[in-house]
Ligand binder design. Sequence first.
Ligand SMILES: Cc1cc2nc3c(=O)[nH]c(=O)nc-3n(C[C@H](O)[C@H](O)[C@H](O)COP(=O)(O)OP(=O)(O)OC[C@H]3O[C@@H](n4cnc5c(N)ncnc54)[C@H](O)[C@@H]3O)c2cc1C
Length: 512
Amino acid sequence: MIAYLEHFLHGTDNESRPHDDFTGLSHLQLHGTIDCSPTSIATRDFGGMQSVKPLAFIRPAAVDDVARVLKAAAASSNLTVAARGNGHSINGQAMADQGLVLDMRSTEEYFRVVWMNGSPYVDVSGGALWEDVLKRCVAKGLAPRSWTDYLGLTVGGTLSNAGVSGQAFRYGPQTSNVTELEIVTGKAETLVCSETQNSDLFFGALGGLGQFGIITRARVVLQQAPDRVRWIRVVYSEFQDFTRDAESLVTRPEGDSFDYVEGFVFVNSDDPANGWPTVPLSPDQCFHPIYIPHAAGPVLYCLELALHYRNSDHPSDVDADVDRLLRRLRFVEGLKFQVDVGYVEFLLRVKRVEEEAKANGIWDAPHPWLNLFVSKSNILDFDRVVFKRILKNGVGGPILVYPLLRSKWDGRTSVVLPESEIFYIVALLRFNPEAPKGPAPESLVAQNQEIIQSCCIRGFDFKLYLPHYKSQEDWKRHFGNQWTTFLDRKKSYDPFFILAPGHKIFSRNPQP
Ligand SMILES: Cc1cc2nc3c(=O)[nH]c(=O)nc-3n(C[C@H](O)[C@H](O)[C@H](O)COP(=O)(O)OP(=O)(O)OC[C@H]3O[C@@H](n4cnc5c(N)ncnc54)[C@H](O)[C@@H]3O)c2cc1C
């Protein structure tokens, strides 16, 4: 098999090979399937800006298949392997040019609720979609505590980054809400790891960008699922008022705050994709610009909140709780929107956006997104320079901005954060029609670079989230004093630098 793959890898006539003639791969004796067609989904990702040719797209049936593929790669001189979750990366992070891509979604479904010391957890496969985890947990009256906004992402994919949404201020990111992982390392060893067992691998893999091993199972912390959600949006004209209220909500004790706190910037105009119409929560609500103060600038801010409740709660009690919490906030009077929805509907809210975007073609267009973590100490300057100037016309989609607490993130993981306790996630979720109808992606990538440069020039304390760099020097700068640990872990768990080549942190080493 190895000889066959290497022959193929080194061959010059890859294009001319009949793509169904790959019997050589059958020596792997996988239970899953192998797709060598040049048009498999492994050639692209959600970013839509890169396209590479993998040697094969492998659909492992189970953890044994994953281990077999990694063993074969380790025994070769130059094969790389990328785990692909749902391919929702932006910059080719789940790709392997001339390497093997593992479709983690094809691994057998694993779902088992376990109770330990009276608390519920769920064991799920690394390739499970969070959306499916939600549905199966809710059927048992349970739910994970920490989410992403969009649930068409895999467990292994978000745990390899962080997994952030409006619950992270309370429970930390998804990486703070798993207690055990099963991982196949770059040495093809299948290890169970946790805070107390193989802990270095456990913490390394969380936020580890897939560099140390492939997550085949995760144990996720659960809570009792609420039934319903009061979903609220309130508008601010001053960024300082917005940040003060947002920070106060994320630092108050549970019971004295909302269960979900997010925010976004929008353009102070009637632009349908960037402006006032993006704020109301239902078609029967209307944004009345008459309430906007005359002194308001080119952009406005929206705090997005949610309070969980149970079917058995009396509506007047829910109203009273919401009123008590909202009373302390200084949003623009008249610009408050709210709806009551089921908990699952709330968590699946971005699925509706996906359906609309698919219908009008912008889901499959390029997405030059940028995600940053910016320290509280620089967020007012960031607003002045980036939101009010560079992005004053919007990005064609949501510009998220909301505070998170460093103390809710475990410093032993591979995730890198700004220094301060309070920092903001800033996410430019660009949704534009494909050029020439929309802007050329290169111009938007250039705008992203301008923003990053502006932060660097001003010495802001910031980090890229879902990072993407082209050189190891840039990666070293990104990891800062965490680089040595990251490198040591790489040498321990993936000594031949086989895994996750799409990040361009390491190049495949020849086998000694
Ligand atoms: C519409 C949309 C909304 C999003 N919303 C949020 C959000 O609210 N919050 C947030 O934090 N992020 C969000 N993201 C980003 C998302 O977390 C990342 O794209 C992440 O990579 C998960 O996507 P995926 O499962 O498709 O993984 P992929 O893109 O397929 O993979 C991402 C990385 O993880 C590695 N990987 C994948 N599976 C495994 C595994 N089992 N074991 C080890 N490594 C693995 C890959 O090799 C790659 O390096 C969003 C992305 C999109 C497109």
